[in-house]
Design a protein. Structure first.
Length: 617
């Protein structure tokens, strides 16, 4: 897509080539640490080959280049779980090798706290930027700057002054809520659009010729409220911003289905794509001005007709060598034994059938919480355990599922069961609020018209990690009814109730009955827009990562919890004559015998590599 005027041959008139990565989530090598195997569809090591090629092309037609990262690179794969005191974090080592020019920060970069982030960024080869987070207390030192101005000379115009490039970076203001246990009382996060408008105006007044926004946010809609989590469309309307890098939602831009009237790229996640924005600049006595642009994505792999990922480029040998010791240390660490499972643990059917992986996490949380409640008033209350899937395919791809075989378990399997660095929390709330919690979770699903067979079960606009299952209860979800809540947490259909027959201990839930719930630290503070959870009473607990709790549960340090013997807590209500389409990973074929009672038709492989099933209700 080009702006006016339309240059006849833009690639040879490029003045500035902007290269972008985003949402790496510590996938620096083409390796799946959860499965302990090579993965051709991920890894900055392959993106690095695309970077080198794109830089060489730009040099060939006399353009300058910038290499930028748009955040959420620090949290994710086990390669990032470095022991305390590690001299140089692998992410900074990779950014040094590839000579990044600036780093924008995403919400997940704050999962480990400000001090950890500062320790890692001290070795950054370039500025780290966040324009909408400020310190709330004088003693809070933030390891980033609000904006940066870089200068680049254009090789094709050696006699012209350098181009002044202003960079800003914004992330969702909900970051303060999602990581409240790390950030509350220490920082403020202001509205993304307001911060970008103010910062870009300041950069323009400072004489910047080009302003680029590292916008760690999804596409959204122009009419969305000011505090929306996804504001890329709104940010593109700011006059002073010339180009944008999107992220956060792991989607791909440019996309003909989502036209945006400015150069925008969103290069997926895990190093799967490199975003490329080519800017044509013209120089006059008024300085450099933007005359045209072109943008696109370059993929590290393509999917064959059989669904197999075929690498398009090899891994960059220099980066692989630089990370060799980190990789070896990670493999040694994640393959340490922690226990045994008599059954396979996977998430391939998590949205329509019992999920043993979630049940294990729920039982471990409950086992860790019970002794902490001893002697308190909460010890007399019914105990529930809330869990949600971490890996469920969707926009993260057909290989992104939990898949742990029966047999010995290692630390990598625990990481597969619970990807995020959440801590165990506990809350108390009424039965009425518990049911509302379940209603919010059930918003994941599309409404199904009885008698139809072609509707997708899951709404792709709702995040799968917001599908909470409350173990210790028994309930059904009726999908003939519209969702009660919007994804924003606001009521959508006040008269709609998808949750049928919610029971505890065989009896209907009393709206006034109080429950204590084991829950992760993200959800405990309302993450995912669960307003009813945010309103619950928080119990004081020692800070303990859920992964550490899983280690203790699997090695027998914690006793087997009564929840482990409970029946699956939920099911979809029967809708005779109705079927729904679900999408799972191709590796689910190994477990289709678990669905034998559904008498399914033969599954179909989709062009994007998912296994499509049609399930009866």
């Amino acid at each position: 897509m080009l702006t006016e005027p339309d240059p006849p041959d833009l690639p040879h008139q490029v003045s500035l080539r902007v290269l972008a990565t985003t949402d790496l989530h510590m996938n620096l090598l083409g390796y799946d640490y959860y499965g302990d195997r090579a993965d051709p569809g991920i890894g900055l090591s392959r993106t690095a080959t695309l970077i080198a090629s794109a830089r060489s092309e730009a040099s060939g037609f006399g353009a300058a280049t910038l290499l930028l990262d748009n955040g959420d690179s620090l949290q994710g794969a086990p390669l990032g779980d470095q022991p305390e005191g590690t001299a140089l974090h692998p992410l900074m080592r990779a950014f040094q090798v590839l000579n990044y020019d600036a780093i924008g920060l995403g919400n997940h970069d704050f999962n480990f706290g400000i001090e950890t982030l500062a320790h890692i960024l001290r070795d950054a080869p370039c500025p780290a930027i966040c324009s909408n987070m400020t310190a709330e207390t004088p003693e809070t030192e933030l390891p980033f700057t609000a904006s940066v101005v870089l200068e680049r000379r254009i090789p094709a115009h050696p006699n012209a002054p350098p181009v002044r490039i202003g960079l800003l970076s914004v992330l969702p203001e909900q970051t303060l809520q999602w990581d409240a246990h790390q950030l509350k009382g220490r920082v403020q996060v202001i509205n993304m659009v307001q911060a970008a408008r103010s910062t870009s105006a300041t950069l323009r007044a400072a004489g910047c010729d080009v302003i680029i926004a590292l916008a760690h946010t999804g596409i959204g809609h122009i009419a969305d409220p000011d505090d929306t989590e996804n504001a890329l469309q709104q940010l593109a309307l700011i006059d002073d911003i010339d180009a944008l890098i999107g992220g956060h939602t792991h989607l791909h831009l440019p996309d003909p289905a989502t036209p945006i009237a400015k150069p925008v790229v969103m290069p997926g996640a895990y190093g799967s794509h490199l975003g490329v924005i080519d800017l044509q600049l013209r120089h006059s006595h008024d300085g450099w001005t933007l005359a045209g642009w072109e943008c696109g994505l370059r993929a590290i792999a393509q999917r064959s007709d059989t669904g197999e990922l075929i690498p398009q480029v090899s891994e960059d040998s220099t980066l692989v060598a630089a990370l060799e010791k980190d990789h070896a240390a990670t493999l040694k660490r994640i393959n340490q034994p922690v226990g045994h499972s008599a059954q396979s643990l996977h998430s391939f059917f998590t949205f329509f059938a019992p999920d043993r992986a979630l049940a294990l996490v729920a039982s471990a949380q409950a086992a860790a919480l019970r002794p902490l409640l001893a002697g308190s008033d909460a010890s007399e209350l019914p105990l529930l355990s809330a869990v949600s899937p971490c890996k469920f395919g969707a926009r993260t791809g057909p290989s992104h599922f939990t898949d742990v075989a029966a047999g010995p378990l290692c630390r990598r399997h625990v990481a597969d069961l619970h990807v995020f660095p959440n801590a165990l929390n506990a809350i108390t709330l009424s039965g009425a609020m518990v049911v509302e919690w379940l209603e919010m979770s059930a918003g994941l699903f599309n409404q199904l018209i009885p008698g139809t067979c072609s509707t997708a079960l899951v709404n792709p606009d709702r995040a799968g990690h917001n599908f909470d299952v409350l173990h210790g209860l028994d309930y059904q979800i009726d999908l003939s009814v519209p969702a009660r809540f919007h994804a924003s947490g606001k009521l959508a259909e006040p008269q709609a109730h998808r949750i049928r027959n919610p029971r505890w201990n065989g009896q209907p839930i009393d709206p006034d009955q109080q429950f204590v719930v084991a829950v992760n630290s993200h959800r405990a503070v309302g993450g995912g827009n669960f307003q009813m959870v945010l309103q619950a009473k928080q119990l004081s607990l020692p800070k303990r990562p859920i992964r550490d709790i899983l280690y203790d549960y699997l090695d027998g340090t914690l006793p087997t919890d009564p929840l482990a013997a409970a029946a699956p807590p939920w099911c979809l209500a029967r809708l005779p004559g109705t079927q729904a389409i679900v999408y799972t990973g191709p590796a689910a074929r190994a477990y289709l015998d678990e669905l034998a009672h559904l008498d399914l038709a033969a599954p179909r492989l989709t062009p994007d590599g998912f296994l499509q099933l049609q399930i009866p209700l």
